[in-house]
Design a protein around this ligand. Structure first.
Ligand SMILES: C[S@@+](CC[C@H](N)C(=O)[O-])C[C@H]1O[C@@H](n2cnc3c(N)ncnc32)[C@H](O)[C@@H]1O
Length: 184
């Protein structure tokens, strides 16, 4: 089975991973999270930034889709979630279910995450944590962040983004990271 048949994807998906999923994937630890400003690049509808701020960290997210209204973002997020579930269900036995008990648990985590993201996205006009921006040009000053994360965007969409794009994107993430900071 080809990759396209296994998990058909047109364009870039907008997923909504939770803080817990980021924590495990990036091995995030309090010592580093509290060092300074955190940036989540290509953050989509992830609740990482919402939850990081609730825990007292100073995090912002950047994504090209943050010019969507709350209503548009809600509809888009729900549609993307349904599509992802359908694709996972189609080949359910081919995935490893070590991190999630089953598809139901996976969906519950993502639904909760989307809801939390939307709650914070609604307040964005006040708190400005969700900033519209597109790699390889991020709308931030040099050396702004102690920690820069980018989850499930780079190295995933080879058809749309070539090697040169990836090099420029990585240079851009280095530009906005403080000396001694970390990119994951
Ligand atoms: C698969 S989602 C990942 C969302 C989130 N990081 C997560 O893990 O749940 C990929 C995100 O990349 C965003 N994206 C697409 N093109 C981009 C670009 N050139 N620069 C930054 N983000 C981009 C999309 O809008 C989408 O929200």
């Amino acid at each position: 089975m080809s990759k396209a048949e296994f998990y058909e994807q047109v364009g870039v998906a907008m997923t909504c991973r939770s803080y817990g999923e980021y924590e495990k994937m990036f091995l995030l630890e309090d010592d580093f999270l509290k060092k300074g400003k955190i940036l989540d690049v290509a953050a989509g509808a992830s609740s990482f930034v919402a939850e990081a701020n609730e825990r007292g960290y100073d995090a912002v997210a950047v994504d090209p889709l943050y010019d969507l209204t709350v209503e548009q973002m809600t509809l888009h997020g729900q549609k993307e979630m349904k599509e992802a579930t359908k694709k996972l269900a189609k080949n359910i036995s081919s995935f490893s279910w070590d991190s999630y008990k089953d598809l139901e648990e996976h969906d519950t985590i993502r639904e909760d995450s989307l809801k939390l993201f939307l709650d914070h996205y609604k307040e964005n006009s006040i708190k400005k944590r969700f900033i519209t921006g597109t790699l390889p040009n991020l709308p931030f000053e040099d050396e702004t962040f102690s920690l820069v994360l980018c989850n499930h965007f780079l190295f995933l969409y080879q058809k749309q983004f070539d090697l040169e794009f990836h090099l420029q994107a990585i240079r851009e993430m280095i530009r906005v990271t403080k000396k001694g900071g970390m990119i994951r």
